[in-house]
Design a protein around this ligand. Structure first.
Ligand code: OXD
Ligand code: MN
Length: 587
């Protein structure tokens, strides 16, 4: 085939050969190498506006903001179409969908054949992690979706700088993405960790198609991390400065759409006026061990791809300020004068178009429940000053949390490291809208990594434990739950905005100051040393928030036991021992 000339900005032969081999399969009209410049971004946006992929929002009130309406069949991650393709099935483990490498490639090559005819094929080089960090990694995504290119530009260090860093090396993750015709029956998100390859077809949804994010920074990276002795985690990172000026860093694993972004962006108010909270990551953390034996965290990304519905001045005022400009909204509603709108914001007085573009009849939701916005972290007002630090930040505490109406107290501290890792492995949460499927079902989601671990989770538990045990200064581990309800079904904890009280107690535990009460399943705060100054909360609610119900916990252990048994003798014996030790205290 002849490929029209285009500006090429690399001399990496290996890269070229790969790019052209993909082009000869997919047959695009044109190949375009992204340089990551502002002009490029602007011209992409203009092109998308002119062909209807983006809708210009009200530029007076929301300069640089656009709305994308996706195909209604393509609005969330499709876990049932997500595969880990390894030589041996056992290496993917019982919690991942698996396909043999050859079979997957045959299916995918058939789908990819000619799939880019009439389209531009974009070659998007990106760096995950600060440019000069020894921990950063390079990926190249090929895509026929300009919407995905624009997202990559906001979410990664993208373009020429990535190619410069790559030089002539072959060490990069290859991502091939084609929207094809968005046929849900032929939708596949396949990972080949043994050859650092991702192929995603028939979806244009962020979590399936922005390959830098879940596919590379979590699934492929977790696999590489195990071989290299580090961890790629579905965790937020926050930097907290107390009134004395001490800075602490906390990481936290929460399943998708469980308020993780809100926690990462907590605004200290009222009693916490003299505290500062800076965001380092709202979704992903890469964790390494440093020379002193501390756990160091970097954020591989440079932006946020977060759930819109429920974001408002109460839950996340900092984010509300951030998304007033240069933001791509996906599947939110729009008022007649071009303002983005979603449930959880003040009821608009104007006519509203729902996420599909129809006049909202108030019978269904106006914004799709998993509607999103994409925005660069660099315009977030409280970005951690250490955001670009090549070494990352030292982690003092790791939180695990999810939506739980029952059983799990507001905060529970692990007895020791092995128990901390067990707490993560035992994490269960009610499902949310971030993935397609039924919402509100309790499922095991160890370390919030169930959909994102690129290898056998039993090996992952072993590796996680190894990394933590090697540390000279390991973090402390906590289970948290903002969603516990009382007998009338209403939430016992007032809301995200008050989570500083919990974080303060956690930091006091790190400093060895606050007192705790030992229960069979971990430590809960001693109410006398849990500082709630300024918070109105009935004593009986507080007691209920921290109550450990032995029967409920025994049931929890029984149910999780069945889950752990799935892993057979690959499951680490040290975790089993801790598990039975605690279970026997409950019996
Ligand atoms: C996300 C997710 O988009 O976890 O972060 O689904
Ligand atoms: Mn996530």
């Amino acid at each position: 085939m002849t490929i029209p000339e285009e500006e090429v900005i690399s001399t990496n032969r290996y890269l070229f050969e790969w790019v052209y081999s993909v082009a000869s399969l997919t047959r695009p009209n044109r190949i375009y190498w992204c340089d990551g410049s502002d002009e490029e971004y602007e011209s992409l946006i203009n092109e998308m506006v002119s062909n209807g992929i983006l809708i210009k929002l009200n530029q007076d009130k929301f300069p640089g903001c656009y709305l994308h309406r996706s195909n209604p069949n393509d609005v969330a991650r499709t876990e049932e179409a997500t595969f880990i393709c390894t030589r041996n099935k056992d290496d993917a483990g019982p919690t991942n969908n698996w396909m043999p490498v050859d079979k997957a490639k045959e299916i995918l090559n058939n789908i990819l054949k000619d799939s880019m005819r009439g389209r531009t094929m974009y070659v998007v080089p990106y760096v995950l992690g600060p440019l000069k960090s020894p921990y950063s990694r390079i990926g190249i995504q090929i895509t026929d979706s300009p919407y995905i290119v624009a997202n990559l530009r906001l979410l990664t260090r993208m373009g020429r700088k990535a190619l410069q860093k790559l030089g002539n090396s072959r060490d990069f993750v290859k991502g091939i993405h084609s929207m094809c015709n968005l046929d849900p029956r032929n939708r596949f998100i396949c990972h080949f960790p043994e050859e650092k390859l991702i192929i995603s077809v028939n979806s244009n949804y962020g979590g399936n198609a922005i390959l830098s994010k879940k596919c590379h920074a979590l699934r492929i990276a977790s696999y590489e991390a195990r071989n290299e002795g580090w961890l790629a985690e579905h965790m937020l990172i926050v930097s907290i400065v107390d009134p004395e000026g001490r800075m602490y860093h906390i990481a936290g694993a929460f399943p998708s759409a469980s308020g993780k972004t809100n926690l990462a962006m907590l605004k200290p108010r009222g009693y916490f006026e003299n505290w500062k909270v800076f965001t380092l990551s709202d979704d992903i953390a890469w964790l390494h061990t440093d020379k002193e034996g501390r756990l160091r965290a970097i954020n591989p990304e440079t932006g946020f791809f977060a759930v819109a519905v429920g974001t408002n001045y109460n839950t996340n005022p900092n984010m509300m300020e951030t998304i007033k400009k240069n933001t791509i909204f996906t599947n939110v509603a729009m008022t007649e004068d071009g303002e983005p709108w979603w449930e959880g914001l003040e009821e608009p007085k104007k006519l509203v178009y729902d996420w599909r573009g129809e006049v909202w009849n108030k019978k269904g939701p106006a914004a799709y429940p998993n509607s999103r916005f994409t925005v660069s972290a660099y315009q977030y007002p409280y970005l951690s000053p250490l955001f670009d630090d090549p070494e990352g930040v030292p982690i003092s505490a790791i939180l695990f949390g999810g939506r739980r109406r029952k059983t799990v107290p507001l905060v529970l501290e692990a007895f020791d490291i092995v128990h901390g890792v067990l707490m993560g492995a035992m994490l269960r949460a009610e499902t949310t809208v971030a993935a397609s499927g039924k919402v509100g079902i309790l499922r095991n989601d160890p370390m919030a990594m169930l959909p994102f671990c690129g290898y056998n989770m039993a090996d992952y538990f072993t590796h996680f434990l190894d990394v933590m045990k090697r540390l000279r200064y390991p973090p402390r581990f906590f289970l948290v739950n903002w969603f516990r309800t009382g007998s009338d079904g209403s939430y016992l904890w007032p809301g995200f905005k008050d989570n500083m009280y919990v974080l303060k107690w956690i930091l006091e535990r790190v400093e060895g100051k606050a007192r705790a009460i030992e229960t069979p399943v971990g430590y809960v705060p001693d109410l006398e040393s849990f500082d709630l100054t300024g918070l109105e909360i009935p004593r009986k609610n507080l007691e209920e928030l921290f109550r450990i119900d032995k029967q409920e916990w025994l049931q929890e252990f029984n149910e999780v036991e069945k889950f752990f048994e799935l892993f057979g003798n690959r499951f680490p014996s040290e975790l089993w021992e801790k598990f039975y030790e605690i279970k026997s205290r409950l019996a």
